[in-house]
Design a protein around this ligand. Structure first.
Ligand SMILES: [Zn+2]
Length: 250
């Protein structure tokens, strides 16, 4: 049945379709992820309106026979132009959008909607330095939502001591007493210092406002990036192109 509808939507990505039209991949808290055809994309008034990370009310026409969804109108109330002005922020937002697209169905749409909009709102107005920890907080929260990896920060073996590393092969945080030296050389082994462990704990246990106050040092940021990029990619079960494209930036 053909029908008109209106939904809250966030544009995750846009690509050209022929000379004039475009396909937008959007996220809606009610409908999840779907593709919308944007006609007259190059010249029409949707040209700048339908851009990545814009969100607002979207009017759609669904054609059940052709199995297409056409955009009839869009009123973005958040445009987050600050993201486009920074190369780092652009890469960070693209990584999160790709992770959501490649883990479709792993996380409840309403929860993803709140998480990604909060992240993008922060990214829009923060400094590049703050954006680095913002990205790490988003990834850890998202990994936690998928339920694919152990996110309880206690040694998984003795169920007691504070861990000093994570083993992806074992899906376990491990403390100094329980760690076997041979493990340190296996794939997916990540040493995590005290600052990194404190950061990961705070992101899930404390309020977003409190978690934002934690600023790990340079070495800890490197550790956290290695760990979280690897686990995020494992959750997606495929290579994340944005991580490769953003190498040296992210
Ligand atoms: Zn232990």
């Amino acid at each position: 049945m053909d029908r008109n509808s209106a939904v809250d939507a966030l544009v995750l990505s846009v690509k050209a379709s022929g000379e004039n039209n475009r396909f937008a991949i959007v996220l809606s808290p009610e409908k999840g992820i779907f593709t919308v055809t944007v006609y007259g994309g190059k010249k029409g008034r949707f040209k700048s309106l339908v851009s990545p990370y814009h969100s607002g009310k979207m009017w759609l026409y669904s054609d059940a026979v052709k199995k297409t969804v056409k955009l009839t109108d869009f009123y973005p109330d958040r445009c987050r132009t600050g993201i486009r002005e920074s190369l780092y922020k652009t890469c960070a937002a693209a990584l999160c959008a790709e992770l959501i697209l490649k883990t479709q169905g792993a996380v409840d749409w309403h929860t993803v909607w709140v998480l990604i909009n909060g992240f993008l709102d922060g990214l829009d107005i923060c400094t590049d330095e703050q954006a680095q920890t913002g990205l790490l907080r988003f990834l850890w929260r998202y990994i936690n939502l998928t339920g694919l990896y152990n996110t309880g920060i206690r040694c998984s073996r003795c169920a007691d001591k504070m861990p000093i590393c994570f083993s992806a092969a074992e899906n376990a945080f491990i403390c100094a007493d329980c760690l076997e030296s041979s493990q340190e050389h296996t794939a997916g082994f990540f040493p995590l210092g005290m600052q990194s462990i404190a950061f990961l704990s705070a992101v899930l246990a404390k309020s977003p406002k409190e978690a934002r106050t934690l600023q790990p040092d340079t070495e800890s940021l490197r550790e956290l990036r290695d760990f979280l990029y690897y686990i995020a990619q494992s959750c997606a079960d495929t290579r994340l192109k944005t991580l490769e494209a953003g190498r040296g930036i992210l």
